[in-house]
Design a protein around this ligand. Structure first.
Ligand code: C5P
Length: 289
């Protein structure tokens, strides 16, 4: 039996550079992993894939990315045997936090460990990229500058450890919809990635937080004004930076002190309908639990 964490991520910057011939968008994004994680346990079984998730309503068949990741490894590596996968879900679903990708990344690593396949990180990332643009990042974690459709990665100095409040409003956002809506109305204002990267390299977290930005934020916010309300509330609670993650709808706030973050989380729980998590930034991938 093997257990892996699948960590959530936020986008500190997210810029769209254009449409691609393959239907994806060329992006440039600084991704950051969080301590908030699903726990994914793998147990050998004679054949086939069995999947359980402790949250009702989530797919437990080939529609689940973790299932597909395990199937891909079995097929490509000629694994003789199956796997039972049990997911304890903590990352909000369809939230802009890469929860599905986190589980798929855990499944790639889990299968690699369970069957002693010896796949390198690079090989795992190549397999992951076939299944989803965020999976390569979910495999490595930490602070990464990702380009292409999100699968080309440059590791960065770790963003300083900081407290993070996540507030997911009770609305659903489809990522393909957000990208299409962006094409209909591209951003006027783009985050300045080169300056962000320079600030990060200089260890200037305050500048990073000023330079953070997400071009999908106005798009998703246009359809769901609750996101703008949450950002304003997060700032009023003392966040040094309050933004939407990915294609949304989750809003994250970055806080210098745990006390302030805890108070903000408390206020969101009391006064909004958000699903709220209090967590912190996390470094690169570490081995199993
Ligand atoms: O790669 P993934 O399956 O996570 O992407 C989901 C959808 O998001 C894609 O089908 C596409 O519509 C959109 N997308 C995009 N450009 C990216 C990443 C995702 O257009 N770089």
């Amino acid at each position: 039996m093997v257990t892996m964490f699948g960590r959530a991520k936020i986008n500190l910057t997210l810029d769209i550079l254009g449409q691609r011939a393959d239907g994806y968008h060329e992006i440039a994004t600084v991704m950051q992993s969080l301590a908030l994680a699903d726990t994914v346990t793998f147990t050998r079984q004679a054949e086939g894939i069995a999947l359980t998730v402790d949250l009702p309503g989530l797919e437990t068949d080939e529609r689940n990315l973790a299932w597909r990741a395990a199937a891909l490894v079995i097929e490509r590596c000629g694994v003789r045997g199956g796997v039972r996968i049990d997911i304890v879900k903590r990352i909000p679903v369809a939230a802009g936090l890469a929860g599905g990708s986190a589980d798929a990344a855990a499944a790639l690593r889990g299968m690699n460990a369970l069957y002693g396949l010896g796949l390198t990180d690079e090989e795992l990332c190549t397999l992951g990229a076939e299944l989803g643009s965020d999976i390569p990042f979910s495999l490595v974690g930490g602070t990464v500058f990702a380009t292409g459709r999100g699968e080309l990665m440059e590791r960065l100095a770790d963003f300083p450890e900081i407290h993070v409040v996540l507030a997911k409003p009770p609305v659903s956002v489809s990522t393909p919809w957000a990208y299409r809506a962006y094409d209909a109305q591209p951003a006027q204002k783009h985050p300045d990635n080169p300056s962000f990267l320079a600030a990060l390299a200089a260890g200037d977290a305050a500048a990073c937080m000023r330079l953070a930005g997400n071009v999908l934020e106005p798009v998703t916010e246009g359809a769901h004004p609750v996101i703008a309300d949450y950002r304003a509330r997060m700032r009023a609670c003392g966040a040094d930076c309050a933004m939407m993650s990915g294609s949304g709808p989750t809003v994250f706030g970055l806080f210098a002190t745990e006390e302030r973050a805890a108070r903000a989380a408390e206020e969101f729980r009391r006064e909004t309908e958000a699903a709220v998590h209090l967590t912190r930034t996390a470094g690169r991938y570490e081995a199993a639990v």
